[in-house]
Design a protein around this ligand. Structure first.
Ligand code: FCB
Length: 450
């Protein structure tokens, strides 16, 4: 056994990280346009003004995806490009960009997976209170309707929201991502509830308006963990670590996935957030918990957990020299097995790995090529764990490598290179890295070489 015949081999990106064209053809401002203008917010003052200039080079980029042989491409849309003020008048030129992009993908035989929100939030809506505003779920529904009306004749796969924990924690607690504010915790739980309602309303809009049967997912961060051993006590401690909420944080995935799949917040979270829990109105969970098709998840790194004498989870520190990427993130392939297994056991929904990849020191060598053996090894290791999970009867629908190309890595600017394709940000020249050729073989063999 190995990867199923219909396994989705994909690559991923997001609008602000690759498109550029920040003020072209009527696009409105995004909170990331605003963040990049804040002194000291982004490494070396980099901005996404041009990024990979994908807005102008999308045909070339899709031709490269075709060359790699990817079956699917996970892209996100820039909400302010489509509706400059976030609500109200639609910018036809902006929407048409995605229209052409989708046609180009389908002509190349590549299945589009659209993420509706990957942090590219309209600045005008932020000025109205952003996610704190109780109308924000309706704003998101309105935007979703515009997109679904236009694209659902050709697009069947949707991810509503990418990594809510990241844009809420980095953007609204730490202030290191857009919009760069630091809010008290009761406002954070309020935001999380509005984000969940936004997800639910978007699911409803897609189901009611899609021109074909749609498949929908929600992609939180890979807040998973790896048990130190296969002993039941360590596995139980690992589950506790993943699903019980004992500190004031909206990081854990149970805060997000329990409402969606189980129709309620985890008791431990409600107890821990006692005076700071969100106001839940009648019917909210009916909106939030509509059935979805994929438990999407992004895998980068995870802690190792063991049980103490009372069965409580404790983090096992990594040994000295445990390998890290250039981002400083530990390499922890086993998360792809354990994360998928424990999420699948709890939510019983097919896993879709919507991101996985590493930042590396990549450069064009004297021979004109980009040799990135570390990325090949990294991906191979994570995919081995994916395969192991599949062989253990855990349903995993697909894998999207982050990223198709080097891009604007948020607060890190262009410091971190995550691509299968190297981008020279001065000339905009693209070069396929060795990992791209390796991934091509993996796809051709449907993972038999993993
Ligand atoms: C994830 C984000 C993605 C990218 C990778 C490296 O958290 O979803 O946009 O920045 O990390």
């Amino acid at each position: 056994m190995g990867f199923p015949e219909d396994f989705i081999w994909g690559v991923a990106s997001s609008s602000y990280q690759i498109e550029g064209a920040w003020n072209s053809d009527g696009k409105g401002l995004s909170v990331w346009d605003m963040m990049c203008r804040k002194q000291g917010a982004v490494w070396n003052g980099h901005t996404g003004n041009i990024a990979c200039d994908h807005y102008h080079k999308y045909k070339e980029d899709i031709a490269l995806m075709k060359k790699i042989g990817v079956k699917a491409y996970r892209l996100s849309l820039s909400w302010p490009r489509i509706i400059p003020d976030g609500i109200g008048t639609v910018n036809d030129k902006g929407l048409d960009f995605y229209n052409k992009l989708i046609d180009e993908l389908l002509n190349a035989g590549i299945e589009p997976f659209i993420t509706l929100f990957h942090w590219d939030y309209p600045f005008e809506l932020y000025c109205l209170g952003g996610w704190l505003n109780n109308d924000s779920p309706d704003w998101f529904a309105e935007y979703t309707k515009v997109v679904v009306d236009k694209l659902s004749d050709r697009v069947k796969n949707w991810i509503t929201i990418n990594e809510p924990q990241s844009f809420i924690i980095e953007g609204h607690i730490n202030g290191t991502h857009a919009p760069g504010v630091k809010l008290p915790f009761n406002q954070i739980t309020h935001i999380s509830h509005n984000v969940l309602l936004s997800h639910g309303k978007a699911v409803k809009i897609i189901r009611e308006n899609s021109k074909q049967k749609a498949k929908i997912g929600f992609a939180p961060t890979g807040e998973v963990a790896i048990p130190a051993t296969n002993k039941k006590s360590d596995i139980d401690a690992c589950k506790k670590f993943m699903f019980e909420i004992n500190d004031k944080s909206i990081k854990q995935n149970s805060w997000w996935l329990d409402p969606i799949y189980l129709g309620k917040y985890p008791e431990s979270g409600l107890k821990t957030f006692e005076y700071e829990k969100p106001r839940i109105k009648d019917g909210d969970f009916d909106i939030i918990s509509q059935p979805i098709d994929y438990c999407a998840i992004n895998y980068y790194f995870a802690p190792v957990i063991k049980a103490d004498n009372n069965g409580e989870p404790v983090i096992v520190p990594f040994e000295i020299g445990h390998t890290k990427t250039t981002f400083g993130w530990y390499i922890t392939p086993e998360m792809a097995y354990w994360g998928s297994k424990l999420l699948y056991e709890r939510y019983k929904s097919p896993i879709l790995i919507t991101e996985n990849g590493m930042a590396n020191i990549d450069m064009i060598s004297l021979d004109g090529k980009v040799h990135d053996p570390q990325r090949i090894d990294f991906t191979h290791r994570y995919l081995k764990e994916v395969k192991k999970a599949i062989e253990d009867k855990i349903k995993i629908a697909g894998y999207f490598h982050w990223s198709i190309m080097d891009n604007f890595e948020w607060a890190q600017g262009f410091k971190q290179r995550f691509g299968l394709i190297y981008v020279d940000f001065n000339t905009q020249q693209r070069t396929l890295k060795d990992s791209a050729y390796w991934y091509k073989k993996v796809i051709e063999k449907n993972g038999e070489n993993i």
